[in-house]
Design a protein around this ligand. Structure first.
Ligand code: DP6
Length: 346
């Protein structure tokens, strides 16, 4: 996708992008080839949980990256970006002569159960795409976000979905224009266009097993093929329900996907769990609340112990009263977010 940018030589350029986190409704868990998903996924892009990155590109003797997070140099993140850029060398060889400086900050705390890799790496991929377009101004503006999503995917799979606002799909599916290489925005029923996400932080400790490692453990997993078949089935049903505005079906898939993701971790050959006792307690409380009140409150989890509670804006008063009164004692903090419009150049 980025072959047309292969024969350039670095010029000085500075840009700044704000890009959001996203929460997957149907999960990407398991890879094939190079950063390609084993099944299609669909997520909701958030609004408040964003990363802002100012990126400076200069010509240099050799590839180097300096990264400052909230004003403090963070070499471990800098090395990740450097390795990522090195992985692009076969497509855009001139990256080996880049001197990159990144000043980045997040609106949400580290370990809050919101993946800073999706927002951070999509912000960087957007800055890099901006740089490619600056150096090759005749590039098609209509393909800007697709290029950015392609580049974000190579850094972190879930980051490719953060390039668009609202609901976003990624991976080959029955949907026209779908691809394993980049994400696509999805139109949904107006009733589901304004959902809220309250993140109940159970633990902000560093995870024992990273997502990258978690994906790898699917390679030898006895249930891998069955999981991919389930995810494909959930994907079709979720898309139909999102388009039809059927929150009950969307919610049941949301919860099934979270539980399946964590079941895969617990049943992998090298078994692990990221759930905490309070994660289970909270799931139970959400289900009991839903049964008793008939209000559309559903949970999901990413690869961590924290719950994302999803509900329509129209029911926020009663649901947020329940969350604040009943769930606060079981959590370290609660962050409330909602559907966002996608990244912005700052
Ligand atoms: C559970 O995108 O973090 O959040 O491609 O190795 O960087 P890499 O993995 P990553 O995996 C995200 C997994 C998930 C589900 C999802 O967001 O779809």
């Amino acid at each position: 996708m980025i072959q047309s940018f292969a024969h350039l030589s670095p010029l000085p350029f500075e840009t700044c992008w704000t890009s959001p986190a996203n929460i997957a409704f149907v999960k990407y868990w398991g890879k094939k080839g190079h950063q390609l998903p084993a099944n299609p996924s669909v997520s909701l892009t958030l609004k408040e949980c964003v990363t802002t990155s100012k990126v400076t590109f200069l010509a240099g003797e050799k590839l180097s990256v300096e990264l400052n997070l909230e004003g403090t140099r963070k070499d471990s993140f800098g090395i990740k970006i450097e390795n990522y850029l090195r992985s692009l060398e076969t497509m855009i060889p001139w990256v080996k002569n880049l001197k990159v400086k990144i000043d980045t900050s997040n609106t949400f705390p580290h370990g809050a159960g919101i993946a800073s890799s999706a927002s951070g790496l999509s912000a960087f991929a957007l800055a890099l795409t901006d740089y490619l377009y600056f150096m090759k101004p005749d590039s098609d503006p209509a393909l800007f976000h697709r290029q950015a999503s392609f580049l974000a995917r190579l850094a972190s799979g879930s980051a490719c979905r953060s390039v668009y606002g609202g609901f976003v799909t990624w991976g080959m599916s029955h949907l026209e224009g779908s691809s394993d290489e980049y994400a696509c925005p999805l139109e949904v029923h107006p009733e589901l266009s304004h959902l809220l996400d309250s993140v109940v932080v159970v633990s902000d400790q560093e995870k024992k097993v990273s997502s990258r490692e978690g994906h790898a453990r699917l390679n030898e997993h006895f249930f891998a093929e069955a999981r991919y078949a389930q995810a494909k089935n959930h994907f079709r049903k979720a898309i139909d329900a999102l388009k039809a505005g059927d929150m009950e079906v969307v919610g049941s898939i949301l919860e099934a996907e979270a539980l399946s993701l964590h079941a895969m971790m617990m049943t992998s050959p090298d078994s692990f769990t990221l759930l905490k006792p309070n994660s289970l307690l909270l799931m139970d409380m959400v289900r009991t609340f839903r049964e008793e009140t008939k209000l559309p409150l559903y949970f999901t989890l990413d690869a961590g112990p924290n719950l994302h509670l999803i509900y329509p804006y129209s029911h926020r008063n009663k649901i947020e009263t329940f969350i604040n009164n009943e769930l606060t004692p079981l959590s370290q903090r609660i962050i409330t977010d909602s559907r966002g419009e996608g990244p912005q150049k700052c």
